[in-house]
Design a protein. Structure first.
Length: 310
């Protein structure tokens, strides 16, 4: 019998000298995440206590079990807050996927490079503005007396609309202004994924007689599949995150019925009303639900799309 070569297992390659600086660059980010994301997890014990700040986080606090959770779910406005959070977050997630993909596909069809880059820069710029500033701009634009939007409506013969003071319009205003601010970021991400598609695939499809729409459907979109799945998995973790910074800077008591979300309720319970236990209970509930959603979405991505993030 002929001798068969026995394959030796490959030894694990260690970190090379050129990779050490790259690993060192990760240290500041790891420290920030540890300080602001992992250490605060110790504060979740407040959700099971009648917390008194004077006794300290590790003081002799009174344990109340699940009383704080019973209290928050018995609040008359809790169902409305959950509904507002889910509705706003759902439409932000859906539009945050559909609109950037559509705009990226449209920009990909532009033949003028300078125009394409100019449009990318213009739509990406609002992403870098904080909601404190951007919210003030929106409030000026939507002012019922002097805002440019209502001035335009008046010119067309329509009455002024109080977008940020009317429950009929507030949720839609929040969703669309968030889309305006952030869709440019998603567009740039999807444009980058389009540039990584092999150009020979377009040449082959053109030889086969495919037009631009057919090339987009059968070449571009499949080539973007992995990044679309990734963005979808990451976004589903925010199903109960409707955007505290945006809502807090733009809402008021008049629109609590449709604008109050979990994060703003936690802020009022904990910092304004000093009900630290119930506030921590709401925050913990939100974190658990978000974990379940992102875990489920990741499982679906592996099962049906053969996509692994790790």
């Amino acid at each position: 019998m002929a001798d068969r070569a026995i394959a030796k297992p490959k030894k694990h390659r260690g970190i090379t000298a050129t990779e050490i600086p790259l690993h060192l660059m990760l240290i500041p980010g790891i420290i920030v995440i540890f300080i602001f994301h992992y250490i605060p997890l110790g504060g979740l014990i407040i959700a099971f206590q009648r917390f008194i700040p004077a006794k300290g986080l590790f003081g002799n606090q009174r344990w109340v079990g699940l009383d704080n959770f019973t209290y928050i779910f018995s609040m008359p406005n809790m169902i409305g807050v959950l509904r507002n959070t889910v509705v706003i977050a759902f439409w932000k997630i859906v539009l945050g996927l559909v609109v950037p993909i559509t705009v990226a596909l449209m920009l990909n069809e532009l033949q003028y490079t300078k125009l394409k880059r100019s449009v990318q820069t213009i739509i990406y710029f609002p992403h870098f503005i904080s909601w404190v500033i951007f919210g003030s701009i929106i409030m000026d634009m939507l002012s019922p007396s002097s805002g440019i939007v209502n001035k335009f409506l008046n010119l067309l013969g329509f009455p002024s609309i109080y977008f940020l003071g009317d429950n009929r319009y507030f949720q839609g205003t929040i969703i669309l202004t968030d889309l305006w601010k952030n869709f440019g970021y998603g567009t740039v991400v999807y444009m980058a994924s389009i540039t990584s598609i092999d150009p020979t695939l377009y040449e082959a499809s053109a030889i086969d007689g495919a037009n631009r729409w057919q090339q987009t459907w059968h070449v571009t979109l499949p080539g973007m599949r992995m990044i679309i799945v990734l963005m979808m998995v990451l976004s589903l973790g925010n199903v109960l995150n409707a955007g505290f910074d945006q809502v807090y800077n733009m809402y008021n008591p008049v629109v609590y019925e449709t604008g109050d979300i979990i994060d703003t309720m936690v802020y009022r319970l904990g910092l304004e009303n000093a009900k630290y236990g119930p506030a921590a209970a709401v925050s913990m509930f939100k974190s658990v639900v978000s974990l379940l959603f992102i875990s489920t979405s990741y499982y679906v991505a592996i099962k049906f799309f053969d996509y692994r993030l790790f």
